[in-house]
Design a binder for this molecule. Sequence first.
Ligand code: ADP
Ligand code: MG
Length: 570
Amino acid sequence: MSQQETHGFQTEVKQLLHLMIHSLYSNKEIFLRELVSNAADAADKLRYEALTNNDLYEGDGELRVRISADKDKGTVTIEDNGIGMTRDGVIEHLGTIAKSGTADFFKNLSGDESKDSQLIGQFGVGFYSAFIVADRVTVRTRAAGHNADEAVLWESAGEGDFTVETISKQTRGTEITLHLRDDEKEFADDYRLRSIITKYSDHISVPVEMFEAGTPAVEATEDSEAVPATEGSWKPMNKATALWTRNKSEVSDEEYQEFYKHISHDFADPLLWSHNRVEGKQEYTSLLYIPAKAPWDLWNRDRKHGLKLFVQRVFVMDDAEQFMPSYLRFVQGLIDSNDLPLNVSREILQDNKVTTALRTAVTKRVLGMLEKLAKNDAEKYQSFWTEFGQVLKEGPAEDFANKERVAGLLRFASTHTGEAKANVSLADYIERMKEGQSKIYYIVADSHEAAANSPHLEVLRKKDIEVLLMSERIDEWLINHLTEFDGKKLHSVTRGDLELGELEDAGEKEAQEKLQTESEGLVKRVKDSLGDKVSEVKVTTRLTDTPACVVAGEGEMSTQMIKLMQAAGQ
Ligand code: ADP
Ligand code: MG
């Protein structure tokens, strides 16, 4: 119609397109999952907007997605009657990547295609995956509530740029046509499409339909009339009921896994999940997933996280972070509440009794999932710990009420195993404590090597007392908030007094006193020459091989904490 404009893709989109085409060749069919997923999201968004403005339905409230192919032209079309996009929306959503940290993500790719393809999977390829199989993509879309002549035509060959043009489109929603590459024409086959769609869309809550040809005409016989040929009709390929509303026993593992991929944009299967319907004082359903791998932006402060929120099965918002404490920000999934109002906003959620109750319940549920995993499948738990342990360590500081439970889930390296692998729990430690030992000993150092070889360990080693070896950045922070577990104090071996209690034998005390008097002259000389640099010089029996070491006084900041504060610019 008019006003055709050419726009360049954002640099990161160009990089994504290039990488995707070259690295996702073994997983081509995922374009269909991404596009159907977007169409279903568009239906969800319209349903939500229409709650307050029923006119948006324009008399057509039967939301669905339709997929068709044209073998001769070599095209596949995915069409929805969801929320649609405006011209500005198209330019923004189909020309840029909205995720924060995207530029950094691309900077960090290795250039090794097989490695990068893994990362691309975690990043989420979304709409742009259309170009895995197409060398030209045409989008026609009209936003709900806009006039027919305010529709947009977007087109691109997936190289540097795309065009947009204002057109007329009677029906609301989005129609995406893929012009398949010569060697991808197999996708323009009804049978092939059908098999992919059944695999990817059973959990989708709107019908995903394909056209089925009518039955052929039946000739009239002597005793029956002729049956006219039917035109055929659109038939749903999926169950089209929201997966979490179904009974657990009726949902297969594959369906749970597919649903996870739909909501998380992850390519890999989740590590575990838990689906629960709760009735009584609160009424809600939760479906929570623990991913197998940490997302690329787990440490990005602006990363969106949280659960999808539904109210009485209507989608309300993505990334409702109010339901999950930050130290569980890796959890994916949804919550469907019967107690929140449908018009709930983020502001209302902030300060709401129902939210608090749900958050408490969901947090407990996740901790329960992890406890169960730790108990039943140590190996799987270990792989969880490797991916998310550092995040979980924020828990004791953040979640006072669940401090003990979170502490129970922590894993550390220890002098007992002699390995760098963090696989010792506080409970394991306590079980191995020596007769008369009342404290849990630990050391925090810059590296595992430094911790394991610290002279501070010597005396404990001599007495065969286990020490937890900590060397992650977060550990000092953790240990400041976790001072006790199961009634036992955590005690740093670098602190002034080791408080070995009953483990210290009487002879030792005498020997120390004797040494003390004998060494007075030496101690004075050392003190004089160090001057203000130290507050005290003491004779110690805690070292066996090393002549001297620096310790922090009781109640003073540890050397690690000082380093941490310095690094933070304080
Ligand atoms: P994501 O789905 O993770 O947001 P995508 O790349 O898949 O990322 O899609 C980008 C954006 O384009 C969507 O967030 C949405 O705003 C818009 N979009 C894509 N497909 C559709 C559609 N069928 N209807 C309406 N909007 C769409
Ligand atoms: Mg998407």
